[in-house]
Design a protein around this ligand. Structure first.
Ligand code: DGJ
Length: 376
């Protein structure tokens, strides 16, 4: 009798829990459940708006200290309103085959997906580290699908631009980097002078935290932390987005940026990023340029909060800027509040990006909804 009652109570409460997971606002940093009542598991995420629907792709983390090993793959969710997310399953599965570079137990971070209008294919790029090699390999991986939710077919992972210099690294800089590297390798000058760029010229450049950006003319860009995370590289993707053209630039050399995320407003590109402190939060950075491939300038920390909030980016690290369809100049800053002891428990921070004198800034809201963008 007692058992029966407990069973009914259990079914009733789980039904009730499912019924409760209807959201009409964002509550940054709070537990966020999908349509089945499970924690949304899409960390270091990226978004794609396609066919009147938002898709959220991210790292599926496992529980516990092993959580950063990719055992499952890239999780995808869909939503019509950005508050409520439906679990669409695993878009890219880790390979069972032990000969595959993408075997279970390797590291797969910050997946991003873009749609190619010419080919009609969905293209995913991600940061890939090989099994049992820590963060040494520093590869970027690429996969492709016919359907937005997958299955994505893994193509390959590689270092970038072997034997090709960036277009903004002059002959003089190349010679000077070679000389300094060979005679007085100096850690503090490595980023500014391109010493790791020189070191990796033959094997190809490192690629770690990354994002993608498709411009209004459909040119695709791959933006990544390279040179031991000292410098970001921006590379033009090929027309089908499946490879690189070979044209690339180094930006903000020696400034140690991770977590890159791009927005474009009134012809200007803004780049959000973080400092380099592993899983620990740090002050965010903002940079601006009129051109993806040149002229980037730092604008400092975009956060406007308490000293502690500014020092930690509201205890989070940037992963993406999500433009809101149908609303002018409405963008969401998407970040991860990492919990390194149990990465599956890392929460998401979504904050509106506001502008003053055309410069983006971030402010904390305990809760907010998309109407905030209409009040401006
Ligand atoms: C910070 C990066 O932004 C994350 O994606 C992850 O690579 C951690 N470092 C690992 O320490």
């Amino acid at each position: 009798m007692k058992k029966g009652f407990l069973l009914v109570a259990f079914f009733f409460s789980s039904y009730f829990m499912i019924a409760q997971t209807v959201y009409d606002k964002f509550k940054p940093g709070e537990v966020w459940l999908d349509h089945k009542g499970n924690l949304i598991n899409a960390h270091g995420g990226g978004f794609l708006y396609y066919n009147n629907t938002y898709y959220w792709f991210g790292e599926h983390k496992a529980a516990g200290e092993m959580g950063n090993k990719a055992m499952v793959g890239v999780h995808v969710y869909s939503s019509k309103d950005i508050y409520n997310w439906k679990d669409e399953g695993i878009a890219l599965k880790m390979a069972k085959n032990k000969n595959s570079l993408l075997q279970k137990g390797c590291i797969l971070e910050r997946p991003k997906v873009i749609y190619n209008k010419k080919t009609g294919k969905f293209v995913m790029w991600f940061h890939h580290e090989l099994k049992d090699q820590g963060y040494k390999a520093a590869l970027t991986g690429v996969a492709v699908a016919d359907k937005v939710t997958g299955p994505y077919k893994y193509i390959n992972s590689f270092r970038l631009h072997s034997k090709v210099w960036p277009i903004n690294f002059t002959k003089e800089q190349q010679e000077s980097a070679a000389l300094i590297y060979k005679t007085e390798f100096n850690k503090t000058r490595r980023g500014k002078e391109g010493l790791d760029l020189y070191r990796d010229f033959e094997v190809g450049q490192m690629s770690r935290d990354m994002t993608l950006y498709v411009d209004d003319d459909q040119q695709g860009y791959h933006i990544t932390a390279s040179e031991e995370n000292q410098t970001l590289l921006i590379s033009k993707l090929s027309d089908d987005y499946l490879s690189m053209t070979g044209e690339y630039v180094r930006i903000l050399p020696g400034e140690r940026n991770e977590g890159p995320a791009i927005l474009k407003k009134d012809g200007k590109y803004y780049l959000f990023s973080s400092d380099l402190t592993g899983w620990l939060p740090n002050p965010a950075r903002l940079a601006v340029s009129d051109n993806m491939m040149s002229g980037w300038k730092s604008l400092g920390n975009p956060c406007r909060g308490t000293e502690e909030e500014n020092k930690t980016t509201f205890r989070s690290q940037s992963t993406y800027v999500l433009p809101i369809e149908g609303k002018k100049d409405a963008f969401i800053f998407v970040a991860d509040r990492w919990d390194p002891k149990n990465l599956i428990d890392s929460q998401y921070i979504l904050l509106p990006i506001e502008f003053e004198n055309e410069i983006p800034f971030l402010k904390w809201y305990d809760s907010w909804n998309l109407n905030l963008f209409d009040k401006k």
